[in-house]
Design a binder for this molecule. Structure first.
Ligand SMILES: C[S@@+](CC[C@H](N)C(=O)[O-])C[C@H]1O[C@@H](n2cnc3c(N)ncnc32)[C@H](O)[C@@H]1O
Length: 400
């Protein structure tokens, strides 16, 4: 139970955040192009929900929690014209803007409502197959309560895709550096002097701050993202704990597929025992990226055992990128590569033999890998097969 002064402080901070969002509805503040609409993210997300009940499809109910003026909701409604898309936000001004935009669009599958994710308002939102929550979690008074709300909105097989700042996001270090110079975060005013200090600090910080363009970012962005009254920047471990307390499972992050791109097949076997969540955690601790793209699901993943011979019993199913796979050809051991190119993300490449890729092609969920192997007339070398399957699994192309 929180004491009264803490409750009061939370309420004041919430009102200050709301005033900032009302003053500059997102995403106008900083035009961002999110990669979550790309096909890869659809594969990656649906691999967690399972192909039987895909989170993202034309039959899904989709919720954008903290939708601002609706950019993500419009993207989803365009991508899945038969799906029902609802956007909610506690900023009346943002929702008014989203509704105006909806009136001028031809989309009939989208609606917007004012609701506070931190209150009981959201009880009526339930059974969503997919919830997108981008750029919200770090700025609410209690991220655990946010997770409880989102869990309450989720269907039985639903998946939450959340982005959050990691403890390595430069904002915390910038605030500390300002405080040390006698400017507490709440006193940031973006005067010419303070802008110079910001540029100096971000220059000294190097890559992350420069990449995010923090030295020259608009004032409205600095107010809400760098110097807001609330900023958590929790770790992946903390988010896993919030998920568990809300009856959900942490089911992986984009750190896993992106991290695997850096590793050779020879380096992978030590990692075979790590499932999606563990691999994500392991790589996030090494990479220390400023942001995290996290998946949470209600259903616990049934993860394959990548140690042979157990792997031969797995009945995996390949997602729809089937057509991109090269034909087997005459030499099963010929090296082939399958490149998956998606906007906003590095290329996802599977370098393997024609034989490995033929096995991948035949994964329809009916036969076990052992049976598939027997169904191929030629006998190929299986040295690289497990690495090929492990990559495909973590890229979201193969699921149980
Ligand atoms: C950084 S903006 C991101 C908006 C949008 N997801 C995007 O990326 O374009 C955060 C949004 O979350 C909303 N928000 C913050 N706290 C909220 C709460 N407790 N309930 C509902 N919406 C909230 C804000 O009003 C704001 O529109």
């Amino acid at each position: 139970m929180k004491n009264i002064s803490e409750q009061l402080r939370n309420a004041q901070n919430r009102d200050r955040m709301l005033a900032l969002y009302d003053a500059a509805p997102y995403p106008e503040v900083l035009q961002s192009s999110l990669p979550q609409t790309t096909p890869l993210l659809t594969h990656w997300i649906n691999a967690v929900s399972g192909n039987e009940n895909p989170a993202l499809s034309n039959n899904s109910n989709l919720l954008v929690a903290g939708c601002g003026s609706g950019a993500e909701a419009f993207m989803l409604a365009n991508l899945f014209p038969e799906a029902k898309v609802v956007g909610i936000d506690f900023s009346e001004r943002s929702i008014a803007k989203a509704k105006e935009l909806a009136l001028t669009s031809t989309l009939s599958n989208i609606s917007f409502e004012v609701a506070d994710l931190m209150s009981a308002d959201c009880k009526s939102y339930d059974s969503f197959d997919f919830i997108l929550c981008h750029g919200v979690a770090d700025y609410v008074s209690d991220p655990g309560i946010l997770m409880q709300t989102l869990a309450g909105c989720l269907s039985e097989f639903g998946v939450i895709y959340m982005t959050a700042n990691s403890p390595y996001h430069p904002a915390g270090r910038i605030r500390d550096a300002f405080s040390t110079l006698g400017i507490p975060p709440e006193a940031f005013t973006d005067s010419p002097d303070q802008r110079l200090v910001l540029q100096l600090i971000t220059q000294l910080m190097g890559t992350d701050a420069k990449l995010l363009g923090l030295g020259t970012a608009p004032k409205a962005y600095l107010d809400v993202d760098i110097f807001p009254p609330i900023a958590h920047h929790d770790s992946m471990e903390t988010w896993s704990r919030h998920a568990e307390e809300a009856g959900l499972y942490f089911s992986g992050s984009m750190d896993a597929p992106i991290g695997l791109l850096q590793l050779s097949d020879e380096q992978l076997p030590m990692l075979y025992k790590l499932g999606k969540a563990e691999l994500s955690q392991w790589l996030a601790n090494i990479y220390q990226r400023p942001g995290m793209q996290l998946l949470f699901s209600r259903k616990k993943l049934n993860e394959p055992n990548f140690e042979l011979p157990a792997l031969w019993d797995w009945h995996p199913r390949l997602d729809a990128c089937l057509g991109l796979l090269p034909e087997l050809g005459e030499d099963p051991n010929q090296l082939r590569s399958l490149t998956l190119r998606f906007q906003g993300l590095p290329d996802f490449v599977i370098n393997s033999t024609a034989y490995d890729l033929e096995i991948l092609r035949r994964c329809e969920g009916k036969l076990s890998l052992g049976q598939i192997r027997k169904s191929i007339a030629v006998d190929g070398n299986t040295d690289s097969l497990v690495a090929c399957l492990y990559r495909a699994y973590h890229y979201g192309l193969l699921s149980d």
